[in-house]
Design a protein around this ligand. Structure first.
Ligand SMILES: Cc1cc2nc3c(=O)[nH]c(=O)nc-3n(C[C@H](O)[C@H](O)[C@H](O)COP(=O)(O)O)c2cc1C
Length: 223
């Protein structure tokens, strides 16, 4: 098969994969609450209720110093009046990117419900106390790895990694209150939050909340 045939076959194969297989929930934007947090919590609760896998996983998108985009999946750590929370190492690529450019996007996708939520806004690091509390809530191995501070660096030798991890784990076990000062609980305070509901008809429903001087404005969007 030459490259052209292969490309054609791959396109046909991808086209035949079903998307939004349904059944899908209804979304009535007219009935949407005034605050996007309320709607987000109800969509997340429905994802949890229906047993969707990793319902609290989301994509964090950032930009690096050169303005190039980057993205990775993280776990949602909390939602409160301040915004949506996630945690990571301050010296990791995402941590360094956020230190330089403190704006980001979060994207949730719940395939079985055909639902996407997109948020954009400013990101602020947590207080030393909040960062420490989040760090100490993690497993001993996760804390040991974090203390090595080498996330996303080239791994040349797994034996060296295993030895370093073993030492770090021993330290975590002997000093259970030890905190990695670079571990950070970030909060993204959204300037906009968009809810997207797929429909089998392909006439999808979109509703965007934009932060106003007081509260939120709501806009329907073309799909
Ligand atoms: C489902 C899932 C959850 C994850 N949760 C986290 C998380 O909460 N914090 C984190 O730092 N990395 C998490 N990761 C790993 C990140 O995707 C990423 O590999 C890592 O943070 C390094 O990213 P960076 O090089 O952009 O800093 C998770 C990965 C997956 C697939």
């Amino acid at each position: 098969m030459d490259d052209g045939d292969h490309g054609t076959a791959v396109r046909a194969w991808l086209r035949d994969i079903e998307v939004f297989a349904g059944p899908l929930p209804e979304f009535e934007p007219e009935q949407a609450p005034a605050d996007p947090t309320t709607l987000f919590m109800s969509w997340l609760s429905e994802a949890v209720r229906d047993g969707l896998r990793d319902p609290h996983a989301m994509t964090l998108s950032t930009v690096d110093e050169a303005g190039d985009p980057d993205a990775r999946v993280l776990i949602l750590k909390g939602v409160d009046a301040g915004g949506w929370q996630f945690a990571g190492h301050g010296f990791s690529p995402k941590g360094r990117q956020l230190a330089v450019h403190s704006r980001a996007a979060l994207t949730f996708y719940w395939p079985e419900h055909g639902r996407q939520v997109r948020l954009r806004g400013a990101v602020v690091p947590g207080s030393a106390e909040d960062n420490a509390a989040d760090f100490l809530s993690r497993s001993a191995t996760a804390r040991a790895e974090s203390l090595l501070g080498r996330q996303s660096q080239y791994l040349a030798d797994t034996a060296e990694r295993d030895e370093a991890l073993e030492k770090s784990l021993a330290q975590v076990r002997s000093e259970p209150a030890l905190v990695d000062a670079a571990w950070t609980l970030y909060t993204l305070a959204p300037a906009e939050v968009e809810f997207w509901q797929a429909a089998r008809s392909r006439v999808h429903t979109r509703l965007r909340y934009e932060r106003a001087e007081q509260g939120w404005e709501r806009f329907r969007l073309w799909s």
